[in-house]
Structures are given as structure tokens and as C-alpha cells.
Ligand binder design. Structure first.
Ligand code: AP5
Length: 218
């Protein structure tokens, strides 16, 4: 399985990516996670990216494409991969096509803006495992949670409302046109075109996962 997750910030791409990758045994390629790792390591790339990320903007296509091209060389990508948060611009999508990177599905998450703002203000991440929780919607002591013991540390990655709104604006302007791009490619009848599948991202996490897996297998 080779797929792209598309959707606004906070749509649940990272949350669902973990379930999809487990189901298909493929690696998650999250450009956001790669950038955050560079920020944490204090590399020159990380320092440059931090300013843009804090303002809710997009890091340059050149940097992102460099990171992704390098990641795709790793042996674990041989049997598939999941792009989470990439491509974000038409230039990134076109570069992926030019590079001949095979794709099976583009999965589009549909979540209204008002719900996004609510979700982003309660996100928790378990640093060791990278698992994503929410103080209200997906608490870390929910049934099935394997990280509920009190002595585990969690970090809140709550995003300021101002930054969320800036990210939503960028999403509407630059990332939404990708849905039209992939829809038009599929409609062209090109056998290399990925299938576009839409999923309602509102509802309990497990229910969304069921919808996601069903959409990917359809
Ligand atoms: P990135 O890390 O990719 O952020 P994002 O796309 O904005 O996505 P998030 O990780 O914020 O949200 P998500 O959809 O994964 O939702 P999550 O599962 O966490 O990018 C960060 C920044 O890096 C960008 O702004 C940009 O600057 C830069 N960048 C990255 N890639 C780039 C690229 N390709 N080009 C240029 N710049 C790039 O869920 C959110 C919360 O909701 C969690 O608390 C979760 O528990 C909760 N939740 C999940 N599902 C549900 C549900 N069904 N119901 C209720 N709550 C739910």
C-alpha cells in the first residue's frame, strides 16, 4: 500500500496514520515529524524551519523534497509507505509525480474548521512512542490504551488558536487544491493515477479507523 493522507491540520492524519501503518506493515513518512526532529536537534535546517512552523506557514518545497527523497531510499519503503502531511503544495505533488513515486490511494479527511480548533487545543503526545491522544476525545487512559500508567510522561502539543487559524488559512489556499489535482489525474484515466477516497473524520477515533480501512480496501 502506497498512500497519501490529505486533510486540514488536526484532522486526525497522524492518529489514523499509526493504525493504517500497523494494518499494512508500512512506514509513516511524516514531514511534520521530520521537521520537529530537526528543530529538536538544533540543526541549521531545524532552526530555519522553526520560524516558519511557529508562524503557521509552510517550509520551502526544496527542503521538504530533499527530506522526502532521502527518506524514500530507506529499505523499509520497499513494500509501501504512507505520506502524512506531504505533499502540501502543488509543486510538491508535481515533483512526486515527476520522480515517478508510485501511489495507490490519496485519502482525504473531511473535518470542519470549528472542530479543528477544538481538537488542536487538547492534543497530547507520548514522546517515547509518538502515540497521539486528546485530553477529551482520546484520553490516554481510554480502553485499549497501552500507555495509561501514571508514571509515563506526556507532552501537550497544544497549538495556539492564532497559529491554528493561520495553518487553516494556508491549508485552504495551498493544500486544498491538491484534492482537485489528484481528482483530475484520476479522471484522466492515467493508469498511474492514485484513487482518491474521501473519509468523514468526525466521530470516535476507532470508528474513523474502521471507515479509513474500509475506504483503503474498497
Ligand atoms: P504537521 O505535523 O504535518 O501538522 P498538520 O498537518 O498540521 O497535522 P497535525 O499533526 O497538526 O494534525 P493531524 O491531522 O496529524 O491530527 P492529529 O492526529 O495530531 O506539520 C506541522 C508544520 O510543519 C506545518 O504547519 C508546516 O509549517 C510544516 N510542514 C510539514 N510538512 C510540510 C510540507 N510537506 N511542506 C511544507 N511545510 C510542511 O490529531 C489532532 C488532535 O485531534 C489530537 O489530539 C487527536 O487525539 C485528536 N483527534 C484525532 N482524531 C480525532 C477524532 N476522530 N475525534 C476527536 N479528536 C480526534
Amino acid at each position: 500500500m502506497r498512500l497519501i493522507l490529505l486533510g486540514p491540520p488536526g484532522a486526525g492524519k497522524g492518529t489514523q496514520a499509526q493504525a493504517i501503518c500497523r494494518h499494512f506493515g508500512i512506514p509513516q513518512i511524516s514531514t511534520g515529524d521530520m521537521l520537529r526532529a530537526a528543530v529538536k536537534a538544533g540543526t541549521p535546517l531545524g532552526l530555519e524551519a522553526k520560524k516558519v512552523m511557529d508562524a503557521g506557514g509552510l517550509v520551502s518545497d526544496e527542503i521538504i523534497l530533499g527530506l522526502v527523497r532521502e527518506r524514500l531510499q530507506a529499505p523499509d519503503c520497499a513494500n509501501g509507505y504512507l505520506f502524512d502531511g506531504f505533499p502540501r503544495t502543488l509543486a510538491q505533488a508535481e515533483a512526486l509525480k515527476r520522480d515517478g513515486v508510485p501511489l495507490d490511494v490519496v485519502l482525504v479527511f473531511e473535518v470542519p474548521d470549528e472542530e479543528i480548533v477544538e481538537r488542536m487545543s487538547g492534543r497530547l503526545v507520548h514522546p517515547a512512542s509518538g502515540r497521539i491522544y486528546h485530553v477529551k476525545y482520546n484520553p490516554r487512559n481510554s480502553p485499549g490504551s497501552t500507555t495509561s500508567r501514571a508514571n509515563r510522561s506526556f507532552s501537550a502539543t497544544t497549538t495556539k488558536k492564532k497559529t491554528v487559524r493561520a495553518r487553516l488559512k494556508v491549508h485552504h489556499e495551498q493544500t486544498k487544491p491538491l484534492i482537485d489535482y489528484y481528482t483530475a489525474w484520476e479522471a484522466s484515466g492515467d493508469p498511474a493515477a492514485p484513487k482518491v477516497r474521501r473519509v468523514n473524520g468526525v466521530g470516535p477515533v476507532d470508528e474513523v479507523t474502521e471507515r479509513v480501512i474500509a475506504a483503503l480496501l474498497s
